[in-house]
Every structure is written in C-alpha cells, then in structure tokens.
Design a protein around this ligand. Structure first.
Ligand code: GLU
Length: 439
C-alpha cells in the first residue's frame, strides 16, 4: 500500500491540510504501507520554496514522516512525454478561446438554463483557423477529451458508491496558454508512475476524480482506490476573530501540543471518541478509514484547547524532559505536580520561577505576615506543612480559612490563583517562604 499527500506550495499549511496529511499517513502506517510527500508545484510562479520549507517543518512537527518526496517541477520531461502521447491518440485537443470568450459562453448557457459545460467548439476548428489564431498571436491551451457517454463510478472508501455523469463535466484544461500544466494530468501521471494505491483527499476533489479516472483509463493504467474526506467547517466565532486564522504557524504560537492537534484531527468525524493520545502510535493502532463518516464535521478550537490540557496531563517526564531542561526545570516531581494544573507547556516555566526565583510577594497585612512567619512549622516542607501551619495561625488570629489561604497565596506566589498551595509549598521551600514573608 502507498498513499501520498500532495500539497501545492502556494501558502502555509492549514489545519484542514494537516488533517488530510495525517489521515493519508496514518492510513499507510496502519497497514504497514509507505507514504509519499509530493509537492504540486507545476505553477512555478505561485509556488515558493519558503512554503515547501514550512510545509516540511509543519508536517514533521505534527509527527509525520515520509519514505520519499519529490517536486512535480522535477518531472516536466515526463509530463511532456505523456502529454504528446495523449495528443497523438486524440485524448487531448488544442483550443484558442480567450478567457473572456469562455466567460461569455458560460454566462449565455446559464441564462438559457443550461449547465455551463464547455461546448467543445475547438474540436471543430479547421487547420486554417488554427493557423489564423496563431498568427493573431493567440496562445493555445489544451483540454482532455472526456468520454461523455460514461457515468464514472467508483466505490469510495469514505463516501460509498459515487456516480458522476461525464456529460455534466467540462473537458478539463490540462495545459494553460502560458504553457503551465494544471494540477489534473501531472497528478494522474505521478500517481501511476509511483504506484500510489490509495488516493485520500478532501471531497472538494470528487469531480476531479471522475475526470482523473478517465485519464487513467486513457493511459491504460490501474485505477487507485479513492477515499474523499468530508470537509471541516470552521464557523466558530473564536476562529473568525483569530489573527492568522488556523494555519499551523498560529496553532504553534498558541502552544497547542502536536499530539493534541493530531488526536483531534484524526478522530473528529469518526466513530471513535475524541480523546487525548500522547503517542502517535496509539493513534495509528486505532486508525480505520471505515470509521470516518461521510458527513462533514465542525472544527472547534475550544475542543483542541481542552485536549491540550489533557495531553499535558498524560505526558510522562521522559516525554518532556528535554523541553523542560531548556527552561531550567529538572525535577520530575515538579512535572508530575504541575502537569495537571496547566493549559500550556510554557506555564511550567512560569510556576517553576514563581517557586524558585525572586518574586514580588503581595503582603496585604504586615501583622498577618509576622504571625504567619512565627507559626511556620519547623523543618523542610512536606504534604502536611500547610494544614499544620494553618492551624497554628488560627490559634493566634481570628481569621476565616478562605482569607487566610488567600493571604498566604498572595504572599508566597504573588498571584491570587494557582495550583494547590499545599504542594506548591514543597517546591517553594522553607527558605523562600521565610524570605517572602519577611518582605
Ligand atoms: N495539490 C492538490 C491540492 O492541494 C492535491 C490534491 C490531491 O490530493 O490529488 O488540492
């Protein structure tokens, strides 16, 4: 089995593309198959290496690896060869209409209530007319001639049985007047030449598939298995207000853990529950293309945030040790304590600093601080220190437990909220407690 992900490097990856990539990749890996990364960059003007680089980085970030990769721009010779063959065999024909002319035709058809399917008038051009167009300076473009009598049919692994009448589809342009191959034909040639067995992509490609099946037939090659994923809906108000929308760059800036995103994107719209997975292998093991529903799904950013906390809560010290050491944290006890109190990884460093560095304590009442200092139990702090300490303070002053906790928290951490104070004391340590209360 071989699947492929084929992004066009004309922009940054969006969560929608990453979902397709993850599903293609997991499908292959779940079957011990291979995975190919292909850059659809035939449009050299719109493609940019900076997008290729960022796509590679983003795919790696989310945990995807590939067995091989290439750019379509390396294969123009091969496309030219197949293109000439298909012209010779009458599958591709030359056209001279301008964009404006095609536009007028389309509008007229729509006005008459007809489907806007290309009328094939170029098929009836005489050699002389073609020469005249060339002399006028018109550049040719080329279309693939569909078999209009066929109802193209395939059994889609996600959408089930699909039938598309070729008579309702325009002969697709395969090469534009500027000489650039459109996506249609190179994709088919590559899928054949590289022995892709399963084409997994968004359902916006369903009509393309009908066209491409006829191209594969014209090339007398084996038709792949297709799976078209329903598109995600992104109409959450939070998302529309976001700067940068939902490209992976902004997801990273949001400090979403790759495993939170991968857990969400590969379970959304399936019969499996959406849960936090901390290992990509566990996602691969539970992957099944048959679990995907053919109905579209709603992407919710708040769900991703929730999963993010859950993923953090389940990560072992070994999984984060390297990242922790970069922020100066080297205590596994601290990680196991703090991981259930954070929504983002960077909060670990924040709490570590609150415990270990000089902070700005907030002392509401000097008298209280003095009493608290004197009542602090002797010795190193442990799990019971706080309760003993509170009892001792309450013997000296008449104060409600709630106020007492608040004043201690402010004095020791400088903030009103945070993780369980009893445990926090252990990491702050006696020495810091004394210094902070003395301020
Ligand atoms: N470059 C195409 C896209 O990004 C690839 C579609 C396909 O998977 O065939 O939509």
């Amino acid at each position: 089995m071989l699947t492929r992900f084929a992004p066009s490097p004309t922009g940054y990856l969006h969560v929608g593309n990453v979902r397709t990539a993850l599903i293609c990749w997991m499908y292959a890996r779940s079957q011990n198959g291979k995975f190919l990364l292909r850059f659809d960059d035939t449009d050299l003007q719109r493609s940019d290496v900076k997008y290729i680089d960022s796509i590679i980085q983003d795919l790696r970030w989310v945990g995807i690896d590939w067995d091989s990769n290439f750019k379509q721009s390396e294969r123009f010779e091969r496309y030219n060869e197949v293109f000439s063959q298909l012209i010779k065999e009458g599958h591709i024909y030359v056209c001279y209409e301008t964009r404006e002319e095609l536009d007028i035709k389309r509008k007229l058809q729509l006005k008459q209530g007809l489907p806007p399917v290309y009328d094939r008038s170029a098929l009836f051009l005489t050699e002389q007319e073609k020469i005249r167009y060339e002399q006028e300076g018109r550049k040719p473009h080329f279309r693939f001639r569909l078999d209009r009598n066929e109802v193209v049919n395939w059994n889609d692994e996600v959408k089930g049985e699909i039938n598309i009448a070729a008579s309702h589809v325009s002969d697709p342009i395969v090469k534009r007047e500027d000489g650039i191959y459109t996506y249609m034909l190179p994709s088919v040639i590559d899928d054949i030449d590289f022995n892709v067995t399963h084409v997994v992509r968004g359902e916006d490609h369903v009509t393309n598939t009908a066209v491409q099946i006829q191209m594969i037939q014209a090339l007398k090659a084996k038709i792949q298995t297709f799976a078209h994923l329903p598109l995600l809906h992104f109409d959450d108000s939070k998302i529309s207000k976001r700067k940068g929308g939902l490209d992976i760059k902004s997801i990273k800036e949001d400090e979403i853990e790759p495993m939170a995103l991968a857990s969400y994107l590969t379970k959304l719209g399936t019969s499996d529950p959406i849960e936090a997975h901390v290992s990509i292998q566990s996602l691969i093991d539970s992957f099944g293309i048959e679990k995907f529903s053919s109905a579209s799904a709603q992407f919710s950013l708040s769900e991703v945030y929730k999963l993010n906390s859950k993923v953090l809560q389940q990560m072992s010290f070994a999984m984060v040790e390297e990242r922790l050491s970069q922020t100066g944290v080297n205590s596994s006890e601290f990680w196991y304590f703090i991981r259930s109190n954070i929504e983002r990884f960077s909060e670990v460093a924040k709490w570590w600093q609150i415990c270990k560095s000089n902070i700005e304590p907030v002392i509401l009442y000097r008298e209280f601080a003095k009493v608290a200092l004197n009542a602090l139990p002797q010795g190193d702090c442990n799990e019971n220190t706080l309760s003993e300490w509170v009892k001792a303070i309450q013997q000296k002053v008449d104060i409600k437990a709630k106020d007492l906790f608040m004043q201690l928290r402010l004095a020791l951490t400088g903030t009103k909220t945070g993780p369980e104070l009893a445990k926090l004391l252990i990491f702050i340590g006696r020495e810091n407690i004394v210094t902070r209360l003395k301020e």
